[in-house]
Write a protein that binds this ligand. Structure first.
Ligand code: A2P
Ligand code: MG
Ligand code: MG
Ligand code: MG
Length: 407
């Protein structure tokens, strides 16, 4: 790094510390006031909520609270002018929000389920080499708390210092696979969306013997209202203003739910389901903003063949799965980019896949195979994703296969 770059970076990190210190109380105050205005009904305590009837009650409760707490942290970074962004070796961005959210989620999971394994997106190597950035993440992590002390007690696992925080970030280094209990975490899915002020998601899922059993998605910039229309454009300038912030969850075989994201006690959940359309021509498409993540051209050809007239809505992250699951969108296609060789990661799909299926959707790859989470961190057995309501999935898949010439 040149002297000038280093100076600029140090200067910007100092600014972030100042911004974080001065803006945190107002952000918390605003969040509290949003939850009072928009979220009238709260459950008494998470353990008394509808999570009680679940076959994974503790796992669901901890995952929901962990995502909620991590989202408080990401929202602070979302509002900061500078987000402490680094570029990883695969040229993708990572921010202090990604590191901080991962540390908080892993500490809660390890505290509650010490023998479970974790496959998480980030690792601490770059932070170890940058003391200023590390301190920035540590300041966020140690300050971020749910505003319900009993929920904080449930999560437990408080982190003692910056060095332990690095160690905790690296406890997400399991190789995954098809045996045992494995959590997968994407602390910020859609980091590019996060940076451009669009959609992003905090994602946690529990995979048991290769099968996703629990999935939670925190989407701070999606509307609370499940019936709100999909927001158009390319997902820019979406924010967590009043009425935004939704938390989706599902347990295998038990359906899926949505609730306001909130900042403390879990709010009362509502059941969600895909929209009951029986012909794809009525469907609304969601697709990636990034053209190198999914082929926009092939999507357009498929939409045309299906006689879809509504313009496709572009948004980043697993917010697309959540949108299809609650009937705001109908079809999410993630099609291999021609000439590309990207293999999807489990943390980018596990929670969204389960939430969509538990909402009455079907999720396959372009060959019609279910997503296979038993192969390690990568979805090596799958190519692309086709997610849609079960009533239209077969028709959509057929056209996907025609357009992509899938044998
Ligand atoms: N070349 C790529 N092709 C497909 N997905 C990618 C690629 N590079 C990064 N991703 C991941 O795609 C997801 C974003 O997808 P979308 O474009 O649908 O929002 C993110 O999980 C992002 O990781 P990350 O978690 O680092 O943001
Ligand atoms: Mg990333
Ligand atoms: Mg991701
Ligand atoms: Mg990520």
């Amino acid at each position: 790094m040149s002297f000038h770059t280093r100076f600029a970076f140090r200067f910007s990190t100092v600014i972030i510390v100042i911004l974080a210190a001065t803006s945190a109380p107002s952000v918390f105050h605003r969040l509290a006031s949003i939850s009072r205005q928009v979220l009238p009904s709260t459950v008494k305590h998470p353990s008394q909520s509808s999570t009680m009837s679940s076959s994974y009650p503790k796992e669901l409760e901890v995952a929901l609270l962990a995502v909620q707490r991590a989202s408080i942290l990401t929202k602070q970074v979302f509002h900061a002018k500078s987000k402490g962004t680094l570029t990883k070796s695969d040229a993708s961005p990572v921010t202090i929000g990604d590191y901080g959210a991962q540390a908080l989620i892993i500490s809660a999971l390890k505290h509650n389920f010490p023998s479970d394994e974790i496959v998480a997106e980030e690792e601490s190597t770059d932070l170890q080499q940058d003391a200023a950035l590390k301190d920035l993440v540590w300041n966020l992590v140690k300050e971020t708390k749910l505003d319900d002390p009993s929920a904080e007690t449930t999560l437990g696992g408080s982190i003692t210092d910056a060095e332990s925080m690095l160690n905790i970030i690296d406890q997400g280094n399991s190789k995954g696979g098809g045996k045992g209990r494995i959590w997968t975490i994407d602390p910020i899915d859609g980091t590019k969306g996060f940076l451009r002020g669009g959609q992003y998601a905090v994602c946690v899922a529990l995979i048991v013997d290769g099968d996703v059993k629990v999935g939670v998605l925190g989407c701070p910039n999606l509307p609370v209202d499940d019936s709100a229309p999909l927001e158009g454009g390319i997902g820019e300038n979406q924010s967590d203003a009043e009425g935004k912030g939704a938390l989706a969850s599902a347990v295998k075989g038990e359906g899926s739910q949505s609730r306001p994201l909130g900042t403390g006690k879990l709010q009362t959940p509502r059941k969600i389901s895909v929209q009951s359309i029986s012909t794809p021509s009525e469907a609304a498409f969601c697709e990636s903003v990034e053209a190198n993540h999914s082929s926009h051209g092939d999507n357009a050809k498929i939409a045309k063949k299906l006689d879809i007239t509504k313009p496709s809505v572009r948004m980043d992250s697993q917010a697309k799965y959540f949108s299809v699951a609650r009937g705001a969108g109908d079809i999410y296609l993630r099609l291999p980019v021609r000439g590309g060789n990207y293999i999807e990661k489990i943390w980018d799909h596990a929670a969204g896949d389960l939430i969509t299926r538990e909402s009455g959707g079907t999720v396959t790859d372009i060959r019609g195979k279910s997503l296979d989470f038993s192969q390690g961190p990568l979805l090596t057995g799958n190519t692309g994703v086709v997610a849609a309501g079960s009533a239209i999935h077969a028709q959509v898949l057929k056209v996907v296969q025609e357009v992509l010439s899938v044998e």
